[in-house]
Design a protein around this ligand. Structure first.
Ligand SMILES: Cc1ncc(COP(=O)(O)O)c(C=O)c1O
Length: 327
């Protein structure tokens, strides 16, 4: 067996919990394709349409990350994010389904009336601690964990965005899922932030679709920072899968586009407004101004520039985020 075969086998053998039905659908977006003048086929991997917990890339990551917590005997999941974090909502949903308690550390003001992801977090029964800044999140999670341990509980901290090598490996499995559905696109475009999704897609393509390019469109951070995080996560996955350094990707294969951030995280831009409206009106696909509308705007800009003319097919990996539209 080749080293890559062994790595694929190891990847598939990582214990997981079932959170909704996989595979997620792959849709042809013919009307959107026509509207943006794209010559290649346009497809979407609908992780937003996952049947569990309002879906998205974070649910996919939690299939492995929550499994590890359960295997370790955890009784409480602790994680952090912004008040409208998709990751916090996904973690609260996973905890509810797995019979675990959930504590969320949210940076921002306690909303007067909970909406969107904040409302779902409350409905899923998670307890939220509000902190003023992003810097306070990690120490507050540690404090909550030691308080719980002192009470004899077994807390399990999931880092921001579940962007650990294990979380990224769940996304890499998603690429295997896509190939098994008979789709191997020339290019994948997706929203990128804490790096786990991009690392997973790059690793998944190295293992299952070596001719496929991955372009991550940044929601907030400069390209160099996300690229650095992605490379560190790739190294972690290589170690976990028994591969040599660089086997899953190098800097040349980690393309991050940070030209779509506009005025900042979650602030709509002219391009994200256009992308959101086009996708909604041509395909009834909903995207959000934190992540997916900006990623789609990046895809549209490149399509209009002719970059994908020879790509064969372009796949928009829809990472979810639709609940924040209702915030
Ligand atoms: C809807 C959505 N898309 C994309 C991302 C980016 O994923 P990652 O943090 O793995 O880079 C996130 C979370 O940050 C998200 O919530």
């Amino acid at each position: 067996m080749s080293t890559l075969d062994a790595a694929r086998k190891r990847l598939e053998s990582i214990p997981s919990v079932s959170l909704g039905h996989l595979p997620t659908p792959i849709d042809e977006l013919a009307r959107l394709r026509e509207a943006i003048g794209l010559k290649a086929r346009l497809l979407a991997k609908r992780d937003d349409a996952m049947s569990f917990g309002f879906g998205g890339n974070k649910i996919r990551k939690l299939t492995l990350v929550a499994a590890q917590a359960v295997a370790d005997g955890a009784d409480t999941l602790i994680t952090c994010g912004g008040v409208q974090s998709n990751h916090c909502r996904a973690t609260a949903a996973a905890a509810a389904k797995l019979g675990l308690a959930c504590r969320i550390v949210a940076n921002g003001a306690r909303p007067e009336r909970s909406t969107g992801n904040a409302l779902l977090v409350a409905l899923y029964g998670a307890e939220v601690t509000y902190v003023e800044s992003r810097q306070e999140r990690a120490p507050t999670m540690e404090r909550l964990a030691s308080e719980l341990r002192a009470q004899g509980r077994r807390p399990w901290i999931i880092p921001l965005g579940a962007s650990t090598p294990l979380g990224a490996m769940a996304i890499a499995r998603g690429v295997g899922e896509m190939v098994a559905q008979g789709v191997t696109p020339g290019v994948i475009v997706h929203a990128s932030s804490s790096g786990g999704t991009q690392a997973g897609l790059v690793a998944g393509c190295a293992l299952h679709a070596p001719g496929t390019r991955v372009i991550g469109v940044s929601a907030d951070d400069p390209a160099v920072e996300i690229q650095r995080t992605v490379l560190a996560l790739l190294a972690g996955m290589e170690e976990a899968l028994g591969l040599t350094r660089g086997a899953l990707g190098s800097a040349a294969g980690v393309t991050v586009d940070d030209t779509m951030i506009g005025e900042g995280y979650g602030i709509p831009s002219a391009a994200s407004r256009e992308a959101q409206a086009l996708a909604a009106r041509t395909e009834a696909v909903i995207t959000d101004h934190w992540y997916t509308a900006k990623a789609l705007a990046g895809l549209i800009a490149r399509a209009r520039g002719g970059e994908f003319d020879a790509a064969g097919s372009v796949l928009f990996w829809h990472t979810g985020g639709q609940a924040s539209v209702l915030a």
